[in-house]
Design a protein around this ligand. Sequence first.
Ligand SMILES: Cc1cc2nc3c(=O)[nH]c(=O)nc-3n(C[C@H](O)[C@H](O)[C@H](O)COP(=O)(O)OP(=O)(O)OC[C@H]3O[C@@H](n4cnc5c(N)ncnc54)[C@H](O)[C@@H]3O)c2cc1C
Length: 360
Amino acid sequence: MSDYDIVIVGGGPAGSTTAEYAALSGASVLVLDRRKTIGEPVQCGEFIPDSSEMKVTFPLVPDVDELFHVPDELILRRMDTFRMIAPSGRYWDVKFSGYTTDRAQFDKHLSTKAEKAGAEVRTSTRVIGIDSTDVITENDRISAKVIVGADGPLSTVASSLGFPRNVDMYPAVTCQAEGDFPPIMEMHFGDIAPGAYAWVLPKDKGANVGVGFSPKLSDGKLGEYLDTFKRNRGLNVTTRMAGKFVPSNGPITKTVLDNALLVGDSAGHVMAVNGGGVPIAMMCGRIAGRIAASHALNGTPLKDYEMEWRRQLAKPLQTAVNTKRLATLFMNTSRRTEWAMKFVGARRMGKMIRLRPVFP
Ligand SMILES: Cc1cc2nc3c(=O)[nH]c(=O)nc-3n(C[C@H](O)[C@H](O)[C@H](O)COP(=O)(O)OP(=O)(O)OC[C@H]3O[C@@H](n4cnc5c(N)ncnc54)[C@H](O)[C@@H]3O)c2cc1C
């Protein structure tokens, strides 16, 4: 007999949402996370799109409001304008509604919801491998009917079980800046962040600032890019930088193998055009939790998970990958970036951000 119906490796947005919905469906659930405290340190721009935007971007995802109902205290600043800034300083404003949050508190909130639904959460527990139906930690072996890899872009579950790996990942780093910032979300393009962008995302006090880049278009160091951005933008940074890789090539080709599935960054569930992954992790986590529970309790096929998340989300996610590939062709120098941004203009930038084809 298994110790649990479902063991989930990783207590980020993907793992906690999977856990909540699996527990609500009646399964016994254990979440394991190597971190001492869920959500810390923050490695995120902390921006979440409004539900209204997610309904437009992912029209086949049902009950969006239910999934993204967050307490008011987790909404630090509402904004409705992305400012896309070219290397020359020229910019285009794109209307898009969303808010900044405190990602550490956001992740804790999701984890608490999972616990309230009945899931058990164990922190300071690193998973070192998977052996068939057993999850191996540094000092334990736990069996499960379903194993979920929600352990981020460099997933141990994925590598242990032979899932396809995320390729072409972008390093990105973030920190907090103090000061007064207008309610505008800045994205800076060009040599400041080759192949990606640098950002300023205002919060209630100060702003989350950071930078990501394509390793193919640069041989520089992340810290140096951040320093240049801080200097050029005149940012007064008050925290240490923290970062990790962002999957930027869209979902991997297979997210279910035997008794295991992947969700969130481990599955490449990220919007390739902007690196945003929290909403996708939660949307796919809800599907994963329900279907994993149904498999463990009633024997329905686990492969339904792959079919269902692809039905709901694959088309816009693939459009984002195509747009990203096209954009990358023009983002290898500041001069070409400037030209491309002028050519694309605000209306098409709005389509890009909403994962719509830019050219009909
Ligand atoms: C600098 C930066 C800025 C970003 N900004 C945004 C943004 O503004 N908005 C947005 O939507 N997305 C943003 N993203 C992407 C977003 O952070 C991810 O897509 C999101 O965190 C994915 O959630 P997840 O649950 O799949 O993975 P994670 O949040 O990475 O959670 C994985 C969890 O697994 C745990 N874990 C890993 N390995 C093991 C192991 N072996 N054993 C036990 N536990 C393990 C980790 O401790 C972690 O808690 C950003 C990413 C970066 C790097």
